[in-house]
Every structure is written in structure tokens, then in C-alpha cells.
Design a protein around this ligand. Structure first.
Ligand code: PLP
Length: 457
């Protein structure tokens, strides 16, 4: 895409054009799906820049450049063919590539509340296979992070908002502390929940933005994929080497699908955020709810940080369109216990009971039994991933239909308890007097759900 660089483009425009140019032979506006695994050479070692598709694929490059530009990488295509963006077979494969940049025995500091599979990769795989020495710490408190970080810490891994309890990490504060202790330490932020339209980790001093692109980037629950972005050319070269050397690259068909999904990312995120805010406000007034956690609510203990950090500028103050800047994920604790949670989850109809998130369709799940079953039970207990915790991924259906569906769930869970009450069942804090972070955790806890076999390997 060539345009007048002195006039930055709105993010809504970037999701269509960033890093894209018509295909040189035919002028095709969307990049063709280049399926060829290999490319003809004129003479041994003399090729067009494309040798073998694990190393170079034009369809994958188009996706990688798009995400790199959205995340704010300034690497030029002349210096790196994908501008510092890298696509992998899954979000966990992308995380694996970051870990492979480390050496055996290195120290990692990880946010204690992360996706269960990320926790599992560090604790059950990397600790054994690479001897990585992991410290999990609650980084919502920068002082605790400072105490966990050592001059030998080689990687800091965070998610914000966290999965599933939607805590926020102050990225700029963490970056400042980390780089002061060890300037060479890599800082990686899993930006899956926020997306680059709502938050850009590189702008806050992080080295790598990570995505499970399976979620909002693809947006249609039809392509498992992961992405890394860096704005540092030297680091980009290292990641490129490892992406090729390890080989868990994204195939051309899926690259095409994800790129196609991103074209509507701005429209989708505006709708996800707008509907999620309405639903969170409705839940907060509902008698069947013990507590709602949503960064866009004044009652969220870090609402002020959410307003500051989840508001990226794309240059000259350009911001994504629409009011929804806090994403489509809501967590709430239902009144009662596991039985009420089960009845609720079994009776909603528009919200599909399924793992994953970020698609156009609304999803609902029970983290303790589903996505976070691989987190050790005592850690789940400490994090507040209890039997009554329910996670919503709010889709782009009409919000009134979604609210009616949730009401159906409450009726099934609690019998007579019906519509939103004029006076909420609990005082949950307000802008002037937000509850503390520990209030995110409900008082009662939790039986230990059985771990499904695939996760207990
Ligand atoms: N990060 C987050 C926040 C996730 O929710 C997930 C999956 O649910 C992952 C990473 C892993 O991504 P993938 O399933 O694409 O490997």
C-alpha cells in the first residue's frame, strides 16, 4: 500500500490495506493462495526470493505484514519481507517459538493468570525440555513483579486482559521495571483478548506482541493460527530464523482465511465492545449474579488503567471507530454453586457452550472444567477460577437477543429469579470507590473438576 505517509490512516482503513499490494503478475486485489511448496530457480541458488514454502510464502507474508503494521511495527518491507510479523500453526506454536529464543536454564517470569495452555507449555513442557525456570507472579502489582524479576530473567510473558479473570497489567510500568533490571530481557504480551485495535503492546515498550489469531483476528472460528510481531529488526531476524528452523508455520489456505477475517476486524471489534458493555451493565444489575468483571465497567478495579491502556493511537490521535474499546470478553460469578452454573450453561441457546472466543458467534464456557482445567487446582483456587465462574465471548448478534438468552439461563439456574433487579444484589463498587483486585475472587471456592484425558497427558 502506498499513501501519503504524512497523513496517517485510520485503523479502520489499515485493516483493509496495511502491508497489502496487488499481486504483481495479475493485479489480484486479494493475495492468491500460493499453494506451491517449492519455487523454480534460474540457476542453483538464484531465485526470486522464494525458495521453499516453509521459509517463504507470499500468502503468509501478506497476512504477516498486515498484523505487523496493525501492531505498530515500523520495520520496512525492504528490510524484512513480512515487516516483523510471523504466522504460526497456532497461538501455542507462536509461544513455543518465543521460548525457543531462550537458552536452557533461563529464567521466565509469567503472569500468574494466563491461558491454561500457556501455563501448561511453560510448566509441563518447557521446564522439562528446556530446563526453563518459571516464576508465576501476580503482575497487577508491579512491586511483586519487581521482586520476581532478576538480572538473569530472559523472558517476561504477560496477558492483558488476562484469561479468564480479566485482570489488567500495566504494560509501560512492567516494561520500565524489566528493562531497568535486565535490558536484554524479552518482553512478550499475549494481545489476543484486546487485539491491536484496542491495545498495542509495542507502544508500551514491549518487544513482542503475541496472538492466538484463532480468536478475534480470524473472527469466524474457522482457522487455528498464531502470530508474533516485533518492531525490532534484529529480533525479527532471530524470530525468522527460528520460525523456519522449527517449522510450525501457518499454511497458505489458513493465512488467506485469517487475512480475510481481519478485513472486518474494526467493524467487529466495535460491535463486540459495544454489546459487551451493555451486557456487563445488565449483568451487574442482575440478582442472579454475584460479581461481574469487565474492564469497561467503572466497578472494575483497574478501570482507569483500561481507559488509558486500551486506547491505542494510530498516529495523529487516530483511534478505532466505535465506542467499544474494552473488548468482547466478560467474566461473571453466578449466584449458587456448580449446579446453578451447569443449569445456566446447559440452557442458554444462542451462546454456544464451547471453548475458544473472539468469533462472530457468542460463546460461553466454564473455565475451571474447560479452558483452564490444565492449571493446577491450587493455582486455580488462588486465581478465583471457581465453580461459579462463567466466561462469555460476546458475538455480533443483536444484543437484545443475547440478553434474552442469558435471562433464559438465569431462569433455568435459579428458578423464580428472573429479570434484572432495580437494586443490585451486591454493592460492587463504583468509579469513585472501586473494589480491590482481591474482590474479583468470590468468597466461596470450589470443588476440583476432573481433568479431561488429553490435558492430563
Ligand atoms: N492465548 C490466549 C489468550 C488464548 O485464549 C489461547 C487459546 O484459547 C491461546 C493463547 C492459545 O492459542 P491457540 O489455541 O491458537 O494455540
Amino acid at each position: 500500500m502506498s499513501h501519503d505517509a504524512s497523513r496517517p490512516l485510520h485503523p479502520d482503513t489499515q485493516v483493509i490495506h496495511a502491508g497489502q499490494h496487488p499481486e504483481p503478475v495479475t493485479g489480484a486485489v486479494m493475495p492468491p493462495i500460493f499453494t506451491s511448496s517449492t519455487y523454480a530457480q534460474r540457476s542453483p541458488g538464484e531465485h526470486t526470493g522464494f525458495e521453499y514454502s516453509r521459509s517463504h510464502n507470499p500468502t503468509r507474508y501478506a497476512l504477516e505484514r498486515m498484523v505487523a503494521k496493525l501492531e505498530g511495527s515500523t520495520i520496512d518491507e525492504k528490510d524484512d519481507p513480512s515487516c516483523g510479523g510471523f504466522a504460526f500453526a497456532s497461538g501455542l506454536a507462536a509461544m513455543d517459538c518465543v521460548c525457543q529464543l531462550l537458552s536452557a536454564g533461563d529464567h521466565v517470569v509469567c503472569m500468574d493468570d494466563v491461558y491454561g495452555g500457556s501455563n501448561r507449555q511453560l510448566q509441563r513442557v518447557k521446564a522439562r525440555s528446556q530446563g526453563l525456570n518459571n516464576t508465576f507472579v501476580d503482575m497487577t502489582d508491579p512491586a511483586r513483579f519487581a521482586a520476581a524479576m532478576t538480572p538473569k530473567t530472559a523472558l517476561v510473558w504477560v496477558e492483558t486482559p488476562t484469561n479468564p479473570t480479566l485482570k489488567l497489567i500495566d504494560l509501560a510500568a512492567i516494561a520500565k521495571i524489566a528493562k531497568a533490571k535486565n535490558a536484554n530481557c524479552l518482553l512478550a504480551c499475549d494481545n489476543t483478548f484486546a487485539t491491536p485495535l484496542n491495545q498495542r503492546p509495542l507502544d508500551h515498550g514491549f518487544d513482542i506482541a503475541h496472538h492466538s489469531g484463532t480468536k478475534y483476528l480470524s473472527g469466524h472460528s474457522d482457522a487455528v493460527n498464531g502470530l508474533l510481531v516485533t518492531g525490532d529488526l534484529e529480533l525479527a531476524r532471530k524470530i525468522r530464523f527460528h520460525q523456519n528452523a522449527i517449522g510450525a508455520v501457518l499454511g497458505p489456505f489458513d493465512s488467506y482465511l485469517v487475512l480475510r477475517g481481519i478485513k472486518t476486524l474494526a467493524l467487529r471489534m466495535a460491535r463486540h465492545g459495544e454489546s459487551a458493555l451493555k451486557i456487563a451493565q445488565w449483568l451487574e444489575q442482575h440478582q442472579g449474579v454475584e460479581r461481574v468483571v469487565y474492564p469497561g465497567l467503572p466497578s472494575h478495579p483497574q478501570h482507569a488503567l483500561a481507559k488509558k491502556q486500551m486506547a491505542p493511537s494510530y498516529g495523529a490521535g487516530l483511534r478505532p471507530a466505535g465506542p467499544g474499546n474494552f473488548g468482547g470478553m466478560i467474566t461473571f460469578y453466578i449466584e449458587g454453586g456448580l449446579d446453578e452454573a451447569r443449569r445456566f450453561l446447559e440452557s442458554v441457546q444462542l451462546f454456544t457452550l464451547a471453548e475458544s472466543l473472539g468469533g462472530v458467534e457468542s460463546l460461553i464456557e466454564h473455565p475451571a472444567i474447560m479452558t483452564h482445567a490444565s492449571v493446577p487446582p491450587d493455582m486455580r483456587r488462588d486465581l478465583g477460577i471457581s465453580d461459579t465462574l462463567i466466561r462469555l465471548s460476546v458475538g455480533i448478534e443483536h444484543v437484545d437477543d443475547l440478553i434474552a438468552d442469558l435471562e433464559r439461563g438465569f431462569k433455568a439456574a435459579h428458578g423464580g429469579m428472573t429479570t434484572a433487579s432495580a437494586s443490585p444484589a451486591r454493592v460492587r463498587g463504583n468509579a469513585a470507590n472501586p473494589p480491590s483486585l482481591s474482590n474479583i475472587r468470590p468468597a466461596h471456592q470450589t470443588s476440583t473438576p476432573a481433568i479431561p484425558p488429553i490435558l492430563s497427558l
